[in-house]
Design a protein around this ligand. Sequence first.
Ligand code: ADP
Ligand code: GLC
Length: 488
Amino acid sequence: MKIAFVSTECVPYAKTGGLADVTGALPKALEKLGCEVKVFLPKYSLIDESTHGLRYNWDVGEIQIRVNGVVHSVHLHQAKLPNSNVEVNFIGCPHYFNRGGIYTNDIDEDERFILFSKGVIETLQRFRWAPDVIQCNDWQAGLIPLYIKDNYSWDKLFDNTATLFTIHNIGYQGRFPKSTLLAAEIRGDLFYPDGPVEFKDTVSFMKTGIVFADLINTVSNKYSHEILTEEYAAGLHDTLRARKPDVYGILNGVDYSEWDPEADRFLPFSYSNKDLSGKLKNKKFLLEHFNMPFDENVPLIGMISRMVLQKGFDVFADALDDLLKLDAQWLILGSGEERYENLFRSLAKSFPQKVGTYIGFSNELSHLIEAGADMFLMPSRYEPCGLNQIYGLKYGTVPIVRKTGGLADTVKDWDEEKHHGFDHGNGFSFYDYSSYALFKSVERAVNTFKQKDIWQKIQLNGMKLDCSWKKSAEKYLELYKLAKEKRG
Ligand code: ADP
Ligand code: GLC
């Protein structure tokens, strides 16, 4: 099976969130199952060519691509995903990708990903390589299913190429003014109220992907049902319901070569489910790093997150007065909305013994917090999958989560499971999106922490779970086959 995997983030080159982890891992797991996978990524200027061994592809040379009536010269660099044979293709166009970050608020944000999408298709043409499936991730790749079926349908190369549209987050939809139709060379007759590319008088890349892809999937089973409802679909529930039989959910996996406390290169002390003593040493190391006192009997609660509404920061902020009264310490790593960044900066100043904050992005620190914390909080309003709680399980860092999306699919509440006669609970969870419900489950976790033997049981239940990519990659393979059948 030949797969083109189109994404705007990939570890180790460019990352803002979980999409990067998925792109850096799923293609490798697919390769192990016998697939030939080519990853496609924009060549952002922040990607250092020499660090990552990127090579210019002379055979492809320069490709001329028109966006918004202007022809741009596009070139290709290539590298291999570390520890694999998976080829990564970097679509280069300095005019669009030499910017401060991966995503921007610039007025040509639509053009950046129009160029990327066309760049992917035209590179495939230069390769004369017809994928069985093009997996298009999130709105930035949402035009590709339409392009394959319409703008590039003249090319017989793609006659048997199916498209799979993968929704990692329906909250970000890529909506632009009507003028984008021209910039993207989308047929004007596709734009009318409730038409295939129209959403509330804007051109929606997300909707376009949903309408034109052969199949659609999201990154957990629960979220695949949630996005059919008004509450979770951010306006696209009717569009998704119209395609209900074609919507699937496949839970993300974990790349244990990156996220395993036994082999994590960022940890001063390694540990495993056979011997947890290294975990306590990491906790001490981490607290010293933040100039905070260490007491093994006081639980340390970690958070690593984009600081946005999706992640539950409003209810978290409302619960803080009560949470800070608990006998616990907090370490918060993240960046995002200024009001939350300022809130946590000032908390760390007011409660230096209790709260440590790092505002910014630090991969190393994220590994240290996963290892050194006793608990991990994710009170998300919605969560398509969520990776940190799954990393937390492996690291014996007990997750406390709101029961939504992938959080509900991966975290089993200790008390609830016991109530049902099981003892395989691996965390704590709450249903209501409220500061009270959040507080009550953190309080439950903090109280349970005092019972050392029970706590260790909860930790081990999580650490023993196998959430590797293999199982999920097998499900993707089945989905690719279905997508091919649909394409006929
Ligand atoms: P999302 O993709 O919605 O942000 P996920 O839980 O799927 O949520 O993935 C988030 C990923 O980004 C994890 O690998 C997490 O460790 C990482 N991450 C988020 N914020 C930071 C940060 N400030 N510094 C380092 N890593 C971060
Ligand atoms: C999105 C979601 C997150 C998911 C990640 C990778 O960013 O917010 O829940 O884990 O994509 O699929």
